[in-house]
Design a protein around this ligand. Structure first.
Ligand SMILES: [Zn+2]
Length: 289
């Protein structure tokens, strides 16, 4: 019985078409914003859950009037609450405007006061790890703090239906940038491993289609990051000390050079993790093993 929702999830999701609502199950909808790009893939996914006491929205997306209008049109009853997974500019800026128009309660965690954070998101209540938000008699969302991509990142587990809203902790079709200092590779790996202990039927990511083999996806992501870490260590051991630009060219040979500035952020996250473990050392911008 606890599998009911998951069983009704499509085994193969529809392709993402921004602006076209997709019904993922009887009471769960996805609407993708038209903000496709290098960082956002096919665009930011917003999810709407139809529960007994009104609708719950997860990640309203950027300040995009058409998208916000689409979300309001899709909800057949008032939007009661708006949850955000984290406060990057493609996930949370629409929240304040929607709150003004709907009176919905904003839930999540405020962002760090740092560049690249949406500081307009001010939750009515900050969510605690492990707390349950009751959507109706047969539905709750459990808050799971998953720092790594962002320090304030939260995933939301729809229970008993076992659908996890993963924001940018896990996205479909790509890996996310871990950008220090708010991004932290050690935390990211711990947050991925933690999810292996949850009962999951599907992952509903912030970008891309549904992931219906959650444990395969989690294990593949962990393995991917550890492989990359091994390459970083090999590069450090092979050569003299090197700066980030030299290292990124060695470690990210599989990534197009145009993306190397982004990859350099995740590389730095790997290096900082290794440094904390005593396996890498830095001196005036040069790294050695
Ligand atoms: Zn993000």
């Amino acid at each position: 019985m606890s599998h009911e929702f998951g069983k009704h999830m499509p085994a193969a999701d529809l392709p993402i078409r921004p602006g076209e609502p997709v019904r993922l199950s009887g009471r769960l909808w996805r609407l993708t914003c038209g903000n496709a790009g290098v960082m956002t893939g096919p665009g930011t996914n917003s999810y709407l859950i139809d529960a007994a006491d009104g609708w719950t929205l997860i990640d309203p997306g950027p300040m995009d009037a058409g998208h916000l209008q689409g979300l309001r049109a899709l909800a057949a009853a008032p939007i009661r609450r708006i949850l955000v997974t984290h406060t990057h500019p493609d996930h949370s800026p629409g929240a304040a405007a929607l709150r003004q128009r709907t009176g919905a309660m904003l839930l999540g965690r405020p962002g760090a006061r740092a560049p690249g954070q949406d500081t307009t998101f001010i939750p009515d209540r900050e969510l605690a790890d492990g707390e349950r938000i009751r959507l109706g008699p047969d539905m709750t969302l459990r808050v799971i703090h998953t720092p790594g991509h962002a320090s304030n990142h939260l995933c939301y587990l729809l229970e008993p239906q076992r659908v996890l809203f993963t924001g940018d902790h896990i996205i479909q079709g790509s890996t996310v940038v871990i950008d220090p200092p708010d991004g932290d590779m050690a935390h990211y790996l711990t947050s991925l491993e933690r999810l292996l202990g949850e009962n999951l039927d599907a992952l509903a990511p912030g970008h891309g289609t549904l992931i219906t083999r959650p444990y395969d996806a989690l294990r593949a992501l962990i393995a991917h990051r550890l492989r990359r870490e091994a390459r970083v260590l090999a590069a450090l051991r092979a050569g003299l000390s090197a700066d980030l630009t030299a290292l990124v060219a060695q470690v990210y040979v599989d990534v197009p050079p145009a993306l190397h500035p982004l990859a350099a952020r995740s590389l730095l996250a790997h290096l900082l993790k290794l440094q904390a473990e005593g396996r890498a050392h830095s001196h005036q911008g040069y790294w050695s093993g």
